[in-house]
Write a protein that binds this ligand. Structure first.
Ligand SMILES: NCCCCCc1nc2ccccc2[nH]1
Length: 289
């Protein structure tokens, strides 16, 4: 351990560890589910860490929040009812609320401490909670989805941490089946789907499960997030049987300015399409399923 530095050491990425220089530790706590820490970094703003894993930094959170939200919502003409599983920081809510067609946003986050810490230390991320369309449910997303009426949502966004820890069940087939049931015909789901450099086997299993569960289209997209392991993170984009969804060509473009004048810092229609272009080693696995 180097004094003054945080290193992200985990068995999920053996032999490597991204490090950030620490100016000051701002919060350390233990919730019913995980260790929660916030620190001021020297060059990435404030950083949220859960069980020793970086979840977001002020400097690059826009890439992840904007892509995980607008890849699905810009792929259907008129999203009205959206469910967010996880995402307790509120960043996805901030992005969903840019879509004027949206009437209702439900969020189910298991750990209240994540919500409270985000509101206290990441106000520009937790601003998403201020939208009157938002309803927060504190609880397990697996249970929440079992109680949801069939076809209740146009879109589900699964903003989970990694499969080791509280989010483990969000990467398994029964959960995908409950998401499919909660979506209307031609509805879309976007899930956090790890790194093609580090987790090709996990991704292979997720893609196979998604092809069994989602009878519309199944796609993998990816983007750059410097402070996530290997500097990239991916997304599963799937649709249920029904009206065709072509994820690669956005039908519902989002303008760069939203009502609060907070411009999109990362997402645009070109990077939307480009996100589905995969290196050959990944395409071989993902497109062969
Ligand atoms: N190792 C990559 C981790 C990706 C984490 C994405 C993420 N960041 C979050 C912050 C708060 C709540 C849920 C979250 N999910």
């Amino acid at each position: 351990v180097i004094p003054g530095w945080f290193s992200e050491i985990s068995p999920m990425w053996p032999g490597e560890a991204h490090s950030l220089k620490v100016e000051k530790i701002l919060y350390q706590g233990k919730s019913d589910y995980q260790d929660v820490m916030v620190f001021q970094s020297s060059t990435y703003g404030k950083v949220l860490v859960l069980d020793g894993v970086i979840q977001l930094t002020e400097r690059d959170e826009c890439a992840y929040q904007e892509m995980i939200t607008h890849l699905p919502l810009c792929s259907i003409p008129n999203p009205k009812k959206v469910l967010v599983i996880g995402g307790g920081d509120g960043g996805v809510l901030r992005e969903v609320s840019r879509h004027s067609s949206v009437e209702k946003i439900d969020i189910c986050e298991i750990d209240k401490m994540v919500v409270d810490v985000s509101k206290q230390f990441f106000p520009d991320v937790a601003v998403g909670y201020d939208d009157p369309r938002v309803t927060l449910h504190v609880g397990d997303g697996v249970a929440f989805l079992k109680a949801v009426p069939e076809g209740a949502y146009d879109a589900v966004i699964v903003d989970s941490s990694d499969p080791i820890g509280p989010a483990q069940e969000l990467f398994e087939k029964p959960f995908f089946e409950s998401v499919a049931k909660a979506l209307r015909p031609g509805g879309v789901v976007c899930t956090q789907a790890e790194s093609i450099w580090l987790h090709m086997h996990i991704i292979e299993d997720i893609v196979a499960n998604c092809h069994q569960v989602f009878k519309g289209s199944v796609n993998y997209a990816w983007t750059t997030v410097p402070t996530y392991p290997s500097g990239v993170i991916g997304f599963m984009l799937c649709s249920t049987e029904g009206p065709e969804v072509d994820f690669k060509h956005p039908v519902n473009p989002i303008d760069t300015q939203d009502n609060s004048g907070r411009p999109l810092r990362f997402y645009n229609s070109e990077i939307h399409t480009a996100a589905f272009c995969l290196p050959s080693f990944a395409r071989k696995v993902i497109d062969s399923k």
